[in-house]
Ligand binder design. Structure first.
Ligand SMILES: NC(=O)c1ccc[n+]([C@@H]2O[C@H](COP(=O)([O-])OP(=O)(O)OC[C@H]3O[C@@H](n4cnc5c(N)ncnc54)[C@H](O)[C@@H]3O)[C@@H](O)[C@H]2O)c1
Length: 284
């Protein structure tokens, strides 16, 4: 099994910054990449906020915080991934974008480096086909917020090797997470079950079954979920929810997976949830 010291993370959004925080806190050197300095800056601010919360709760010391931040380098150049021993891609959930990133990573990264994707719904086998190393491409699906949620789904594509799987499983455990293995089927385990529920809640809102507050309250108090499905959609990002439903629908063609038109309207209006300050709820 290869020795991993430096982890390259593509995308400094909600997930990329969270995964950078988790891996750096576990002692790995991190190179976090995004397309603009402003996005990297926003990612670093997220990480600082996350570490401050842990500090307040007494989970880390201020020395841990400083050391963690010192382990994270940022870049807007994908070519810097040449220095990474392992890559986690967490860029926007757009298939063409990810395929392009993986083709470039395959050219940039040494041949032994595993290229993983945090995709929520794009088939790993398809992503692997953009490279000449499908045996070293794998899904490593963190949950949101990555620093808090314990689970990582690991997904083998058709050609992913057992050695690659073993390395990712061991890395997942090293960073304090609990792995489960899922087949490369649409939505894997969690989103296959969760996203149709979120989509159905949006249908219920569109059809006037109840107010958004009552839909969320009903699901929190009636099914013991920590957060209602509409508030959860705002947390995930409505663009991400839409992309996930579209990918699952494209793969299954099942009518039950058709994205709700109201979800599309919110995305068209640029109301993407917490990250834009407005979704089903107002965060400004
Ligand atoms: N939001 C969730 O709850 C959640 C949970 C698990 C997995 N995911 C997956 O994680 C990935 C990222 O989602 P997110 O919620 O962090 O989205 P986000 O919109 O918060 O962040 C995406 C980031 O990717 C960057 N990006 C776009 N093109 C890029 C490129 N060519 N190179 C580098 N960076 C690029 C964007 O600038 C942005 O900062 C997606 O694949 C998503 O499906 C999301």
């Amino acid at each position: 099994m290869m020795d991993i010291k430096t982890i390259g993370i593509i995308g400094a959004g909600m997930m990329g910054s969270g995964i950078s925080q988790v891996t750096a806190l576990s002692g790995f050197e991190v190179i976090m990449m995004d397309v603009k300095d402003a996005f990297l800056q926003r990612g670093i601010e997220n990480i600082k906020r996350g570490l401050d919360k842990m500090l307040e709760k007494g989970k880390i010391t201020s020395e841990d915080k400083e050391k963690t931040l010192a382990r994270i380098r940022t870049t807007t150049g994908l070519e810097d991934m040449a220095l990474a021993d392992f890559v986690i891609e967490a860029a926007s959930e757009i298939k063409e974008l990810k395929l392009n990133i993986f083709t470039r990573l395959d050219e940039i990264c040494p041949k032994n480096v595993i290229l993983s994707s945090n995709t929520s719904s794009i088939p790993i086998t398809r992503i692997a086909s953009a490279t000449k190393r499908p045996d070293k491409v794998i899904g490593m699906h963190f949950m949101n917020p990555a620093p808090v949620m314990k689970l990582v789904e690991i997904i083998k594509g058709r050609d992913t090797s057992d050695e690659t799987f073993a390395t990712v499983k061991s890395l997942t455990e090293k960073i304090g997470k609990i792995p489960v293995e899922s087949k490369d089927h649409p939505g894997f385990i969690v989103n296959r079950i969760l996203m149709p529920m979120v989509n159905e809640a949006i249908f219920a809102l569109m059809e006037g079954v109840a107010s958004k507050e009552d839909i969320d309250t009903a699901m929190v108090l009636g099914t013991n979920q920590p957060i209602g499905p509409l508030a959860l959609a705002d947390l995930i990002g409505l663009d991400t929810v839409l992309s996930i439903m579209e990918s699952i629908y494209k793969e299954t063609k099942a009518p039950k997976h058709q994205p709700c038109p109201l979800l599309k309207k919110y995305v068209d209006a640029g109301n993407l949830g917490r990250k834009t300050g407005k979704g089903f709820y107002n965060y400004q």
